[in-house]
Structures are given as structure tokens and as C-alpha cells.
Design a protein around this ligand. Structure first.
Ligand SMILES: Cc1ncc(COP(=O)(O)O)c(C=O)c1O
Length: 438
């Protein structure tokens, strides 16, 4: 079977002619035409020629239970027959209310209100605006700066890019962006958590009066190359932000919904009470199991109260046409049903199987810094050639595997469908791909 031939199937050619693909230099796309997909089933994506690919990266980290999952399909279909959509200003509906209640309850009420957007970036925009506006309503208009971690990624709208530190996405738009502060990111590979905290503490000491919030991707900076840190860093970060009166925004768009083994990555800090949670917690991607676009910004009672007034200009008037879309909320409620029914334990078991299966590869001399959080695993290949990511991706495709390394970092973030044989097959296939490329 040759999945790697460059004779474009008709759909790929038509796509290149008319569809402006994301994250793609279209002039170069001809060399790597898009995979023309026909359908998805479980962890597999099938192309129009009938070849299959194991979606080891959950289609940009959104898919949780496999493609075309029956439970999610049923939830969305039932909702489609009752109320597909209604505006959320001046109206409400059961799916959005239940979802807000259930997500807040999962924080023990520490986060008490839910705002809705469509994509991760729109959730980031909401959090940035709510943080700034809350301080403004409290008479602290000068608190308008944001602090982000080096290498961090929060999306690609202008506000989100202003707190994103990935040059390839950011640099062209730099003249349009807000000025944010960047601080060192903690990285288990460097053992620099205390130094990273000290740098941040110094900035907060100096600038707190001008700062609205610090943003963090809890436990794993995804787009930076699966850069990991400890729950202790997050607890210390919480302590520092509280001490200096600066909001803390936990962007769990990538790491939420069980990716790190717990529904919220933040839960790894073992919060003892409301004060141990962030001021904002953002979810998207997996929240609908990879079926429909939805994002959620959870915020504290204190933030909400800062907007409570008869004066409309003190309210949070932000909206999107599809805010709180019932279909997406029904899908999210079906995702929460799985977690209510023990999904975390299943994730833990699957994480163990992956850990065992990948143990030999972790000892391979070509591999550096093998690391894992829940079912998310990554390793670096420091000696790899500059075009490693592209070559690895194409080689993996010939082995029925969909993987897109970030630079010289290979990572897997598969749907929660891992069994011991699948874990073994994944480890064998990744090793074989590495042998093809390095
Ligand atoms: C941590 C994080 N925040 C925000 C985003 C942006 O989400 P979206 O692509 O849905 O706008 C992403 C996307 O990868 C992400 O990983």
C-alpha cells in the first residue's frame, strides 16, 4: 500500500484550488497536499482512496472518544430535533444551563460563572477582556498589562496573539499587537522552576499596579513542544498572583477534558479551597469531544461581581452569534456524562499502557527527555535533521499513523481508545517511523 504517492486525488486538488488551509503556506502545500478524508471511525481516519490513519493527535487535540462516537452522535442528533440554535442574549436553554452548572460544580464552586465562545482563541479574548474590564470597573483602570510565558500559545486572533510567543504565528502581526510581558517558562527538561518563579515574582513586585493577569497553560505548554512543569509551579503561581492582586488565567484549552489524567489539569494541584483555583479557567477543543466548536470561560464570583451594576457600560457585553450553541452544549454535556461515569480512571489505565509500551523507545539513545502527562506523551530527537517534522509526518503516514511533530519533538495525544494492543502497535509504529527518518 502506498499512502505517500504525490498524485493528488481529485479532492485534494480541488481543495488546493479553492480552500485557504489553516497553518499552511499555500505555495508550498502542493508539495504536501492535504489528506483527502472521506470518513472517521473510532481512532481511524479514512481517505478517499480507502487508506486508514490512526489519529494519534486527535485532530489538533480535539477528539476524545474517537471519530463519529455513537454517544456524542446521539446527543447531538436529539438536540438537532429539539432546538438546534437560539440566541443566548435574552433567551436561555437547558443544554447551556446544565453545562454551566456542571462545569462550575467540577471546581467545587470556586469558579461560579461560565461565558461561552466558539473557539479557543475566542475564549482567550473573553478572558483578557473580562480581566481588564473587571479591574476597570473596580476603579483600577491602570491594570491593563498581561504576562505570558515564553513559548506559550493562546491562539491567533489579535488579542490571543498578543499573549502568544510563537514567532512563526506572531511576528508578521507584531505591529498590530498589544505589548505583553514575557517571562521564562518552567521546563522539567531544564529544572528551572524556582528561577522561573523568581523572575515572575520580581515582575509582579515591580508592575502589579499595571498588570491585569498572568496566563498559563497548566502542566503542558502544547504548541511550544509539549513543555512540561510540575503542579507545584502552578500552586506557587497562584500564590504569587494572589499576593500581588493580579488575575490568573488558566488556559486549559489543550490540556483540559482529561488530557493530563484529570478532567481539569489544575486538579493536579489538589486545590483545598476556592482560593487555590485560578480566577479564569478556559476550555475548548475536547469539550465537545471533537464534534462541534465551543469554548468556555469559567470565572470567579469576584470577577462576576465586578460587573454587577445597573450601568450597561459596566457589563460584559461581549457576544458571538453562536454563543452557547445548544448542539455544541449537548455534545459537551455528553462528554461530561463520560467523566461522571469514571472516564478519569479509564484515562489513568490507558496512560499506564502507553507508558509501558513506550518504555523501550524512551531508552533509545536517539531519544531525549521522554515525558508523559496522562495519555499525552512526547520525546525529543535532538540529532534529527532540520526537516524532521515533515519527514516524520510523511513516513508515519505510510505506517497508517497521523502524527505531526513540533520541530524535533514527537508527541502523541490520542483519543481515549487505548488498549494494550493499540499501545504496543503505536509504540512499534512510532519506533519504525523513527528508524525510517533518523
Ligand atoms: C493552549 C491553547 N490555547 C488556545 C488555543 C487556540 O484555540 P483555537 O485554535 O480553537 O482558537 C490553542 C490551540 O491550539 C491552545 O493549544
Amino acid at each position: 500500500m502506498n499512502n505517500n504517492n504525490l498524485i493528488w486525488p481529485e479532492l485534494a486538488a480541488r481543495s488546493l484550488a479553492r480552500v485557504w488551509h489553516p497553518c499552511t503556506q499555500m505555495a508550498r502545500a502542493a508539495r504536501r497536499p492535504p489528506l483527502p478524508l472521506a470518513r472517521g471511525e473510532g481512532p481511524w481516519l479514512f481517505d478517499t482512496e480507502g487508506h486508514r490513519y490512526f489519529d494519534a493527535i486527535s485532530s489538533w487535540w480535539v477528539n476524545l472518544f474517537g471519530h463519529s462516537d455513537e454517544g456524542l452522535r446521539a446527543a447531538i442528533t436529539a438536540q438537532l430535533h429539539t432546538l438546534p440554535h437560539a440566541m443566548l442574549a435574552g433567551c436561555t436553554h437547558e443544554p447551556v444551563v446544565r453545562l454551566a452548572e456542571r462545569l462550575c460544580a467540577r471546581t467545587g464552586g470556586a469558579l461560579a460563572h461560565a461565558s461561552f465562545g466558539s473557539d479557543g482563541a475566542s475564549a482567550v479574548e473573553i478572558a483578557l477582556k473580562q480581566s481588564f474590564h473587571a479591574w476597570r470597573n473596580l476603579g483600577l483602570e491602570g491594570k491593563r498589562g498581561f504576562v505570558a510565558l515564553r513559548g506559550g500559545y493562546h491562539g491567533e486572533t489579535l488579542g490571543a496573539l498578543s499573549v502568544t510567543d510563537v514567532a512563526i504565528f506572531r511576528d508578521a502581526y507584531d505591529p498590530l499587537l498589544m505589548r505583553s510581558h514575557l517571562v521564562d517558562a518552567p521546563d522539567t527538561r531544564l529544572g528551572n522552576e524556582d528561577q522561573a518563579l523568581a523572575t515572575l515574582a520580581a515582575l509582579l513586585e515591580r508592575e502589579a499596579d499595571r498588570l491585569a493577569a498572568v496566563l498559563v497553560e497548566p502542566l503542558v505548554q502544547g504548541a511550544a513542544g509539549m513543555v512540561m512543569h510540575s503542579p507545584r509551579y502552578l500552586s506557587e503561581l497562584r500564590r504569587l498572583c494572589s499576593a500581588h492582586g493580579v488575575h490568573l488565567i488558566a488556559d486549559e484549552i489543550a490540556v483540559g477534558c482529561g488530557r493530563t489524567g484529570r478532567f481539569f489539569a489544575w486538579s493536579h494541584t489538589e486545590p483545598a479551597g476556592p482560593a487555590d483555583w485560578p480566577d479564569f479557567l478556559l476550555l475548548s477543543k475536547g469539550i465537545t469531544g471533537g464534534t462541534l466548536p465551543l469554548s468556555v470561560v469559567l470565572s470567579t464570583e469576584a470577577v462576576f461581581q465586578a460587573f454587577w451594576s445597573d450601568d450597561p457600560t459596566r457589563g460584559f457585553l461581549h457576544s458571538h452569534s453562536y454563543t452557547g450553541n445548544p448542539l455544541a452544549c449537548a455534545a459537551a454535556n455528553a462528554v461530561l456524562d463520560r467523566f461522571d461515569a469514571g472516564q478519569e480512571a479509564r484515562c489513568a489505565e490507558q496512560a499506564r499502557w502507553l507508558d509501558e509500551a513506550f518504555a523501550p523507545l524512551a531508552r533509545d539513545p536517539r531519544v531525549a527527555h521522554p515525558r508523559q502527562r496522562g495519555t499525552l506523551l512526547a520525546f525529543d530527537v535532538p540529532g534529527a535533521p532540520a526537516d524532521f517534522a515533515e519527514r516524520f509526518h510523511l513516513a508515519a503516514r505510510t505506517r497508517e499513523l497521523l502524527i505531526r511533530p513540533i520541530g524535533r519533538t514527537v508527541y502523541l495525544m490520542p483519543p481515549y481508545l487505548i488498549t494494550p494492543p493499540i499501545a504496543a502497535w503505536l509504540a512499534d509504529s512510532v519506533t519504525a517511523t523513527l528508524n525510517d527518518v533518523v
